[in-house]
Design a binder for this molecule. Structure first.
Ligand code: NAP
Ligand code: 8YV
Length: 327
């Protein structure tokens, strides 16, 4: 690389990402106190953005159309995470800016965690552990729990991660069905074109669709009522996919039995009502959060940026945006 392109980093990122960005780019920080002055001075020559939502991603700064309007030379937005709902990809596409994400490298990790969360929720593993730690075992055993053994499982989203979850669930010997807009040709599970019909026919609903406008609160009071009083909801997708107040009400009223949640509508804020409930298992968005997988995601962020900077095709562009090597 002959020169170091100007890059905007929207928030803190993993050390291994920041070290490589600083080696290959002139990095400007949107989370610095003088961000406004920095944008006014350097915005016109910034050609790349590195971003990602979450504590080990790039902070909570979204890459909006308004931000991109201040970066007229922008060519690439590299997102830490397969989900890129924090980037306005449609606007990026209109501006001729390519957006990259981190697909594939986290599928198995997220699927593993999903199975853990499912079993933890149905068998009440955290609650049982608390029972022991609090010394309550001395006074009596932990109550009997629900089981996976009598359940049909519905997966909402049969993409890379949905399929990895389904493959693992095959080992549990329970029927599997799924909802997505289009049926997937090479999977043996029953496809439901209507989410409400799937919710009616299953006892477990696992969410693993992208966030964004198209899936916004697709799991609402009607879907939760269809899932029913034995139903268990597992959300490893995005908090936006669920109508959170409707979920709180459904868990309080016994409309559904329990929920296991890795994601929330306004992270890192989790509704007090959920925190106080005994029929939920709550995780702080950790589905991909292992050293190995986060390193692989981080390297893919950097590799996309380096490919662009060196005039090679980027590795993992999102479909809404053009593939555009550096000129
Ligand atoms: P993917 O391969 O693109 O699969 C997405 C699936 O969702 C596809 O089956 C797609 O099928 C379906 N879908 C999309 N829009 C839909 C809609 N409006 N209604 C119904 N189904 C819809 O994505 P992936 O790699 O599996 O990742 C999925 C999502 O998981 C990510 O976008 C991210 O938000 C989330 N995620 C969360 C974590 C975590 O840490 N908790 C980690 C990784 C990923 P159709 O297009 O046919 O509808
Ligand atoms: C990360 C994720 O937790 O890839 C995604 O879409 O949600 C997770 O893997 C997130 O991107 C980290 O900030």
């Amino acid at each position: 690389m002959s020169s170091r392109p100007d890059l905007l980093q929207t928030g803190p990122m993993m050390g291994m990402i920041e070290a490589q960005l600083n080696e290959h780019f002139t990095v400007h920080r949107l989370d610095a106190p003088d961000a406004e002055a920095m944008l006014a001075e350097f915005g016109p020559r910034i050609r790349a953005v590195a971003t990602g939502v979450g504590s080990t991603g790039g902070g909570a700064r979204r890459v909006t159309d308004a931000l991109m309007a201040r970066l007229p030379a922008l060519e690439i937005v590299a997102n830490f995470g397969v989900g890129y709902d924090s980037v306005d990809a449609a606007a990026a596409g209109r501006r001729g800016v390519v957006v990259t994400n981190t697909p594939g490298v986290l599928d198995d990790e997220v699927a593993d965690l999903t199975i853990g969360l499912l079993l933890a929720t149905i068998r009440q593993i955290p609650q049982a552990e608390r029972h022991l730690r609090e010394g309550k075992w001395l006074a009596g055993g932990f109550p009997l729990s629900a089981t996976l053994r009598d359940r049909t499982i519905g997966i909402v989203g049969m993409g890379r991660i949905g399929r990895a979850i389904a493959r693992r669930l095959e080992g549990f010997g329970r029927p599997i069905a799924y909802h997505s807009r289009r049926p997937v040709a090479d999977v043996p599970y029953t496809h439901y074109p209507e989410l409400v019909a799937l919710a009616r026919d299953v006892d477990v609903l696992i969410l693993i669709v992208p966030g964004g406008a198209e899936t916004d609160r697709m799991v609402n009071a009607e879907i939760l009522a269809a899932l029913g009083p034995k139903g268990v909801l597992i959300n490893v997708a995005r908090g936006s996919v669920v109508d959170e107040p409707a979920l709180v009400a459904a868990l309080e009223n016994g409309t559904i039995a329990a929920a296991g949640l890795d994601v929330f509508a306004d992270e890192p804020h989790v509704p007090e009502a959920l925190v106080g409930m005994s029929n939920v298992v709550l995780l702080p968005h950790i589905a991909s959060a292992t050293h190995v997988t986060r390193d692989a995601m981080g390297q893919l962020v950097v590799d996309n940026l380096l490919a662009w900077a060196q005039g090679r095709p980027v590795l993992t562009p999102v479909p809404e945006t053009p593939v555009k090597p550096a000129g």
